[in-house]
Design a protein around this ligand. Structure first.
Ligand SMILES: [Zn+2]
Length: 463
């Protein structure tokens, strides 16, 4: 195929198309899609000099390749690109930062995210947002300044690090309906890093408390609950964080250098400089020696969130996860059939498999567009929920990301035997090809034991 067919330069023609459901592809194609595909266009000598550029359909393959590549290219990184609005699909790009920037600037459409890998030291970063429509009379400037000032005093207090307002780089993609900003902290000239993004989560718990203490103005979400300026959900393992100059797929609001940002003072800033300064995991990471201590040990994190910590502290044998469509076609479709009765346009955003030492596999599904929560008996307006399938018992419970629902677990709902059998087969077939991941993440999200009663599906839809 000639590369002239490519929708935009630098990208082989087959790449931007949605990869689609692997299970629907013929076996030979599936094998190819399941692994890696390299840009087929002939590369220029200049491009080659910057390092390789490769695409992967799965994040874990991309991360494995990056750990290889980093031996020759210290700035090897993983980025993700949204390719399908319908199923939350992404593919993954492994390349050097230098090559990436060259490729990225040649893209007509950019919907690309930095993958903040587990256990990579990273800068303090925030996703700031609130609805302007809901919070009509907000003095935005005051709220933003209060946020920065609270960080400055808390960083001094907790880490004895003296930070200024101009240490925060702000990228903005606000519109009339919503304030939206990515804030990246270069903590002093030494550019102090957190040990990983989960450690930032520990810091932000204290920050949230401080922000709620005495705010100049209070802000609320669509459910009428008071919120803080930053999104607390962006400090999870292998987080995808949208890049400078990128939009969400199908949207037109891209992240640009904010008018109100004082990071560069009066100096003119070049796009390339902003791109590098806005990375959560900085370039030349190995030269960064200033790592802030983690405020919470892993043990304290677990005992705080798990109700039966002792039982749940057992190590996990096997874990995997993915964005978009899962390998558990029958199970996923069964759940979607149920969810569609609440929201016809529901789809699966993410899925995850965990197995504890007692050989109890749990498959968790994270639906998008469907926020029905049994705790409140209706859809949440902004927070989403998730469903955990106990594979050995053949039932599923709903849990919720809403702060008020954190300890909530719904009743158990049964899953038909034939579907569970198909799921177990897929799980076993899949298991052999997989690798271990971090057990802590799973402990944090594992559910508490309760509610032995089963609720029939019909019961809830008949109401
Ligand atoms: Zn809820």
């Amino acid at each position: 195929m000639q590369d002239d067919d490519a929708p935009y330069p630098g990208f082989s023609a087959k790449c931007p198309k949605p990869i689609g459901r692997l299970e629907n592809e013929p076996p030979e194609k599936r094998a190819r899609l399941d692994g890696q595909f390299v840009v087929s266009r002939r590369e220029s000598l200049y491009e080659i000099s910057l390092g390789p550029l490769e695409f992967f359909t799965r994040q874990r393959f991309a991360i494995a390749r990056r750990s290889e590549l980093v031996k020759s290219y210290p700035n090897a990184r993983v980025f993700s690109q949204e390719i399908s609005e319908e199923n939350g699909g992404r593919h993954y790009i492994v390349t050097t930062l230098e090559r990436f920037w060259y490729w990225y600037t040649n893209q007509a459409i950019r919907n690309i995210y930095e993958v903040i890998e587990l256990d990579k030291p990273c800068r303090l970063y925030f996703d700031l947002e609130y609805s302007k429509e809901i919070n009509g009379n907000i003095d935005h400037q005051r709220l933003y300044e209060y946020f920065i000032e609270t960080n400055i005093s808390l960083l001094k207090e907790l880490f004895d690090v003296e930070v200024q307002k101009s240490d925060f780089l702000a990228l903005d993609s606000s519109n009339d309906a919503k304030f939206s900003c990515h804030l990246i902290g270069h903590l002093t000239k030494k550019d102090y890093l957190f040990a990983n993004n989960v450690a930032i989560g520990s810091y932000t718990k204290q920050l949230k408390q401080r922000l709620l203490d005495n705010p100049p103005q209070r802000i609320f979400n669509a459910d009428g609950q008071e919120i803080v300026l930053f999104d607390e959900g962006v400090y999870t393992k292998n987080r995808n964080f949208r890049l400078f100059l990128s939009t969400k797929l199908g949207k037109d609001r891209f992240l640009k250098h904010a008018m109100y940002c004082t990071f560069y003072g009066s100096a003119e800033s070049k796009s390339k400089q902003i791109f590098f300064d806005a990375l959560c995991v900085p370039a030349n990471l190995s030269s960064h020696e200033n790592i802030l201590p983690d405020l919470e040990s892993p043990l304290s994190r677990v005992s705080e969130t798990a109700s039966s910590a002792a039982q749940q502290l057992q190590p996990l044998e096997y874990v995997r996860e993915g964005n978009g469509l899962s390998p558990f076609i029958e199970l996923e479709e069964f759940l979607l059939q149920m969810f569609r009765r609440w929201k016809p346009d529901v789809y699966m955003r993410q899925w995850k498999v965990t197995i504890d030492k007692n050989k109890k596999p749990i498959i968790t599904f994270y639906p998008a567009n469907c926020r029905y929560c049994f705790k409140i008996g209706r859809q949440h307006k902004s927070n989403s929920q998730f469903w955990a399938v106990n594979v050995s018992k053949g039932d599923v419970v709903q849990r919720c990301f809403d702060p008020d629902c954190r300890s909530f677990t719904s009743n158990y709902f049964p899953i038909p035997k034939s579907i569970m059998e198909a799921t177990r087969k897929r799980l076993n077939a899949d298991k052999e090809a997989e690798e271990n991941e971090d057990p802590l993440e799973i402990l944090l999200e594992s559910k508490s034991d309760k509610q032995p009663c089963l609720t029939q599906w019909n019961g809830i839809f008949d109401e």
